[in-house]
Design a binder for this molecule. Structure first.
Ligand code: GRF
Length: 200
């Protein structure tokens, strides 16, 4: 598979994927990083990993569709067949969502459908749930609402702070995301409508 990673921030998931590829544990090629924040640490990580980056400022475009059209062109040029969202903090429009339905995945720091949207870790803490986790799902037109591929449960402890819980969640993400991308690369994940079938 030829993948593109979309990220806006730290890029710890980008790093986990790039490391798995470098170590020969994940058989995909990262063709492109797409980033909407020129100052984001993930841009530097891509440079170190030798991955091309399409970095843009949304302000420079008249609409979301305008920059997504440009992104779509970059993806087409590089023959990307899987989009991996890893902390990409922008709502996507049908310009990208429709052509890539079933070929675009996202990772979210909760057990969806609990706590969609921003600050899922803080929301879990506030609700006092005893178990939260991480979800990888296909992307549809809604907010964190697409068909679920895989989840990892993460316990919450009484002494947890947002920082300690975030650390545990991020560790779970960095294991789960390369694993799921590997399953997709091995054609072990199928989607029929909204039903996801993971083959053993
Ligand atoms: C992760 O917690 C991911 O689940 C969420 O955004 C965060 C990105 O972290 N969608 P990083 O940039 O990969 O370090």
């Amino acid at each position: 598979k030829r993948i593109a990673v979309f990220a806006s921030g730290q890029g710890s998931n980008f790093q986990a994927i790039a490391d798995a590829v470098r170590e020969g544990k994940l058989d995909v090629s990262i063709e492109l990083l797409v980033c909407d924040k020129p100052s984001a640490p993930v841009v530097e990580r891509a440079k170190h990993a030798g991955v091309d980056a399409f970095v843009f400022k949304p302000k420079d475009y008249p609409s979301r569709e305008a920059y997504e059209t440009e992104i779509a062109e970059e993806l087409r040029k590089r023959q990307v067949d899987l989009i991996v969202l890893a902390g990409y903090m922008r709502i996507l429009t049908p310009t990208l969502v429709e052509p890539y339905y079933g070929r675009m995945i996202n990772i979210h720091p909760s057990l969806l459908p609990s706590f969609p949207g921003i600050n899922a870790i803080g929301q879990a803490l506030e609700h006092g749930v005893k178990v939260t986790g991480v979800t990888v799902h296909f992307v549809d037109g809604g907010l964190d609402s697409g068909p679920i591929i895989a989840q990892t449960a993460v316990p919450l402890y009484e002494e947890d702070t947002e920082a300690s819980l975030a650390k545990r969640i991020h560790e779970a993400e960095q294991k789960l995301y390369p694993y799921v991308i590997g399953l997709i690369a091995q054609e072990k994940v199928a989607i029929e409508g909204r039903k996801v079938i993971v083959k053993p």
